[in-house]
Design a protein around this ligand. Structure first.
Ligand code: AMP
Length: 593
C-alpha cells in the first residue's frame, strides 16, 4: 500500500492513542499541572490556591461548582474585563452551550489552543472507522452540518456555538487534502447562516452525488432526521433543480447561491429521474438505501436523549445501514471517542481521552439519583479518572485550560470498562433533564414552572388542573413536547363537564412555551427543530389509574409521586388510551437573540 494512503489511515494517531491511554494516570497529572501553572495568576483560582500550583492543594481547596458560580466571571469578561480573572491565556470566544441557567444559555470560555484539542479528537475518528470498514476513501460523506448565527459581547468577544467555531476554523476548512474527509457539501453551503437554505443545498449536493456517497450523517440524530423530513417535503423542488441544472429561486444567500450554481453546472435529467422514482414511492421505509446505494454507515449521536430517534433511523434505513456514534463532546471540553463504532447504539461506550482536560467524578448512589445543583459536593468525594469503578455511576466534573475549575458538566455516566488505563463510559442522562427533542433540555423544575403559569389561565376560567405529566413525541418530525392534563370544571351549578374550549387550551399551550427556556424557544421559533407543544386532555380518573398501574408495578404508595415525564411502556399506553382531545400551540413562542 502506498505510504501516502497509509498516512491517511492514521496509524500514527492510533499508536499515539495507545500510549495516551496506557499512561492515562500520568497524562492526567501532567494536564492538571499544566493548567495550574498556566493559570496560577487567575483571580478565580488564586482565591483558593494563593498562588500555589500544588496538586494536593487543588484537590483539597478548590470547590466543585456549577455554572452559577462561574457565571459572574464570564459576565465580567463579556463586559470587557481581562481574561486573566479566569485564565492565563486570552479568552478568544465564548461558546454558547445548549445548557441553560435561569433560562439564559450558558457561555463557556475558550482559548485558541482549544481548537487543537478538538481537532485532535476529530483526527481519531476516521482512523478508528477504517479499522472496521474498508475503502472509505473511495467516496464522499453527505454530512449535514450547520452553523448558527454568532453575536459579539459588549467587549467584542464572539459568542458562538462550538461547532460553528470549528466549521469556521482553518482546521476544518483546510481538510480538503484529506481523502477521508471529503464532503458532498461545499463549505460555502455549510457556512450559510440560514439553516433552511443550507439544508436544501446540502441535500441537493448529496442527491447529485448519490452514487458517490459512502457515509451519511449529522452531529445529532435529531438534525439528520429533520433533514430527511425536509427532503420528504421538498424533493420535487430538488428534482427540478437537478433536472434543469438551475438552483431554486428561494436560495437567496449570495455565497451559497454562487457555490451551488457552479456545483450544479449542467442539467442532469437521468439523476433527476432516478430520484423522482425513489421519492415518489408510497413508503419511505428504507429510502436511504435506495437514494444512497453505496452508503456504508450513518454517523450521528444516538446516545442519551437521542436514543429516541433510533427507531426512525432504522425505519428509513430499513435496519440495513449500521448506525454509528463516534464521539462525546461538549462546549466545556471534548471528552472521548467510541472505539467500537459498529456496536449497537444501545451499547455505545466512550473512552475518555486523558489529554482533553482534567477529569474527576462525583460518585452517585444509583444512576437516577443525581446530586442536586444546590447541594454541596465535598472535595474528598471526587474520584479521579483512572480510579472509577466498573458498573458505578458518576457525574462528570472538568477542569479546563480555558478557566473552568472542577466544573460540574451535568452528565451522568456509567463505567463499562477500561481501554488500557482509560475508563469507558456509557452516557446515561443529563442531570435533571426530562424533556429534550433537539438541543433543548427541559428539567422538571422548568416544566413545573411553565405549567404552573399556564394553569392560572385555566383557573381564571373555572377550570382546575388536577394532574399533569409529559412526554416527547418523536413520531412527528420535528418531535414535540406533549403534556397530559387532567382538568376539572369547578363552577358550581353547571354541568360537571363543560364543553371544551379550544382557544383556552391553545392559550395554555402558548403560555407553557413562552415560559420555557431560551434554547427551547430558539429551537421552536428560529431553528424549527422542535414542533408546537401539544396538550392532550385525558378523561377524569386517568391519573388515579396511572398511580394504580405504577403501584402494581412496584412503586410505594407512601412515596408515590406522579412522574413528570413518562417515556414509554404501559404508562404511556394508558395515558394515550384515555386521551379525549388534543390541542397544539397555534403560534411560535417569542424568541430574541
Ligand atoms: P453542548 O455544550 O451544547 O454542546 O452540549 C453538550 C452536551 O450534549 C453534553 O454535556 C451531553 O449532555 C450531550 N452530548 C454530547 N455528546 C453526546 C453523546 N455522544 N451522547 C449523549 N449525549 C451527548
Amino acid at each position: 500500500m502506498d505510504e501516502h494512503k497509509l498516512g491517511y489511515k492514521g496509524n500514527g494517531v492510533l499508536q499515539e492513542l495507545e500510549i495516551l491511554t496506557i499512561n492515562a494516570k500520568a497524562e492526567q497529572e501532567v494536564i492538571l499541572s499544566k493548567i495550574l501553572e498556566k493559570n496560577r495568576a487567575a483571580e478565580y483560582l488564586n482565591k483558593f490556591m494563593n498562588g500555589s500550583i500544588d496538586i494536593s492543594a487543588f484537590k483539597s481547596q478548590v470547590p466543585v461548582v456549577t455554572y452559577d458560580v462561574v457565571q459572574p466571571y464570564i459576565s465580567r469578561i463579556a463586559a470587557g474585563e481581562r481574561s486573566s480573572i479566569l485564565c492565563g491565556e486570552q479568552i478568544v470566544e465564548l461558546l454558547r452551550s445548549s445548557g441553560t441557567s435561569r433560562g439564559e444559555p450558558r457561555l463557556m470560555p475558550s482559548i485558541s489552543e482549544d481548537l487543537y484539542r478538538r481537532t485532535y479528537l476529530y483526527s481519531l475518528i476516521m482512523p478508528i472507522m477504517n479499522k472496521y470498514i474498508q475503502d472509505l476513501d473511495e467516496g464522499k460523506a453527505m454530512y449535514l452540518l450547520f452553523v448558527k448565527a454568532e453575536t459579539l459581547t459588549n467587549a467584542g468577544i464572539p459568542v458562538r456555538s462550538v461547532l460553528t467555531s470549528y466549521y469556521k476554523s482553518p482546521q476544518f476548512l483546510q481538510r480538503k487534502h484529506d481523502l477521508y474527509n471529503s464532503y458532498t457539501s461545499p463549505d460555502e453551503v455549510i457556512l450559510c447562516p440560514d439553516s433552511q437554505q443550507s439544508m436544501y443545498c446540502q441535500l441537493l449536493c448529496g442527491l447529485v452525488e448519490r452514487r458517490n456517497v459512502v457515509r451519511l450523517g449529522a452531529v445529532f440524530a435529531s438534525a439528520f432526521l429533520r433533514s430527511i423530513s425536509f427532503l420528504e417535503k421538498h424533493w420535487c423542488d430538488l428534482v427540478t433543480d437537478i433536472r434543469t441544472g438551475q438552483i431554486n429561486s428561494n436560495i437567496t444567500n449570495t455565497t451559497c447561491r454562487l457555490a451551488m450554481e457552479s456545483f450544479l453546472a449542467q442539467p442532469n435529467p437521468e439523476v433527476a429521474d432516478e430520484i423522482e422514482v425513489i421519492c415518489s414511492s408510497k413508503s419511505w421505509k428504507g429510502v436511504l438505501c435506495r437514494l444512497w446505494p453505496n452508503v456504508k454507515y450513518i454517523e450521528a449521536v444516538l446516545t442519551g436523549t437521542m436514543a429516541q430517534y433510533i427507531p426512525m433511523l432504522e425505519f428509513y434505513s430499513d435496519g440495513r445501514i449500521p448506525l454509528v456514534c463516534t464521539m462525546y463532546a461538549s462546549s466545556e471540553s471534548y471528552f472521548g471517542v467510541n472505539l467500537r463504532p459498529l456496536c449497537s447504539p444501545k451499547d455505545v461506550s466512550y473512552t475518555i481521552l486523558p489529554n482533553m482536560a482534567y477529569f474527576e467524578f462525583v460518585p452517585l448512589e444509583d444512576g437516577l439519583k443525581s446530586v442536586q445543583d444546590d447541594e454541596v459536593v465535598e472535595n474528598d468525594k471526587l474520584v479521579s479518572l483512572v480510579d472509577v469503578k466498573v458498573g458505578c455511576y458518576y457525574e462528570l466534573v472538568v477542569t479546563t485550560f480555558a478557566g473552568l475549575y472542577r466544573y460540574r458538566v451535568g452528565d451522568v455516566l456509567q463505567v463499562t470498562g477500561f481501554y488500557n488505563r482509560a475508563p469507558q463510559f456509557k452516557f446515561i442522562c443529563r442531570r435533571n433533564v426530562i424533556l429534550s427533542v433537539d438541543s433543548d433540555k427541559t428539567n422538571e423544575e422548568d416544566l413545573h414552572g411553565s405549567v404552573s403559569r399556564a394553569k392560572k389561565i385555566l383557573e381564571n376560567r373555572n377550570h382546575l388542573l388536577l394532574e399533569y405529566t409529559s412526554c416527547t413525541d418523536t413520531s412527528t418530525v420535528p418531535g414535540h413536547y406533549v403534556l397530559f392534563w387532567e382538568i376539572k370544571y369547578t363552577s358550581e351549578g353547571t354541568a360537571p363537564c363543560a364543553p371544551l374550549d379550544a382557544q383556552l387550551l391553545e392559550s395554555c399551550c402558548i403560555a407553557v412555551e413562552e415560559s420555557l427556556d431560551y434554547v427551547y424557544r430558539r429551537c421552536r421559533a428560529r431553528d424549527k427543530s422542535v414542533g408546537p407543544l401539544e396538550i392532550r386532555l385525558v378523561e377524569a380518573g386517568t391519573f388515579d389509574a396511572l398511580m394504580d398501574l405504577l403501584v402494581r408495578q412496584g412503586s410505594s404508595i407512601n412515596q408515590y409521586k406522579t412522574p413528570r415525564c413518562i417515556e414509554s411502556g404501559p404508562s404511556l399506553k394508558l395515558l394515550n388510551s384515555k386521551a379525549i382531545a388534543s390541542f397544539f400551540s397555534p403560534r411560535d413562542p417569542e424568541w430574541t437573540v
